[in-house]
Design a protein around this ligand. Structure first.
Ligand SMILES: Cc1ncc(COP(=O)(O)O)c(C=O)c1O
Length: 193
């Protein structure tokens, strides 16, 4: 008999919504399935590079040329400068990246502030790593963050604050004032964002 480490986690909302949309032949806005074919150029290029030897294990942190492209993109889009050799890791999606990041920094008993509603992979990752999720709710109807509440939620055990903008599922976008408020809260602490 397998004993679940996350007995309270049921089916993910994506499985629920995708089943409903299949059952009712509805448009599935929950998971971003496309109803157009992958462009044939892309399929041909994948085929071409697989045939020319690019079909083995990639380095753990990802193929260097891809990491260099990601660094270029971050610079162009966000003026953020990252070293592709030491500061970029390729993962197979955000869920894996988030799990790896949370597992790397959260130790037994560390508190992690989660702004609710939150993407559903955060809390299982926190709990599997011995962390304690501390919830702060967005303010309805604009889903703004109440920074006083975040400040009150911070303790000497706070290790991490997880944020997401534009926010899924509310669509709220953080303002410059939000970022300034957050900076004040984490100033002179060891809290990671
Ligand atoms: C806020 C947020 N985090 C994580 C994920 C998971 O991303 P992935 O499907 O790349 O694992 C999503 C996907 O929609 C998301 O919206």
């Amino acid at each position: 008999m397998l004993r679940s480490k996350l007995p309270d986690v049921g089916l993910t909302i994506f499985s629920v919504m995708t089943k409903l949309s299949n059952d009712y032949n509805a448009i599935n806005l929950s998971q971003g399935f496309l109803d157009v074919d992958v462009h044939s150029d892309l399929l041909n290029l994948v085929n071409k590079y697989m045939h020319s030897g690019h079909n083995q294990y990639a380095p753990m942190q990802g193929v260097l040329i891809l990491r260099e492209m990601i660094a270029d993109k971050a610079r162009e889009l966000y003026s953020a400068v990252y070293d592709p050799v030491s500061e970029i890791t390729v993962t197979s999606g955000a869920t894996e990246a988030l799990f790896a990041a949370i597992a790397s920094v959260v130790h037994q008993g560390d508190e992690v502030i989660v702004l609710e509603p939150a993407f559903d992979s955060y809390v299982p990752a926190i709990e599997l790593n011995g962390g304690i999720p501390i919830y702060v709710k967005f303010r309805f109807p604009e889903y703004r963050v109440d920074w006083d509440e975040v400040k009150q939620a911070v303790t000497s055990q706070t290790r991490l604050i997880i944020l997401n903008s534009p926010h899924n599922p509310t669509g709220a976008v953080w303002s410059g004032d939000d970022i300034t408020a957050l900076k004040h809260i984490v100033k002179d602490t060891e809290i990671l964002i």
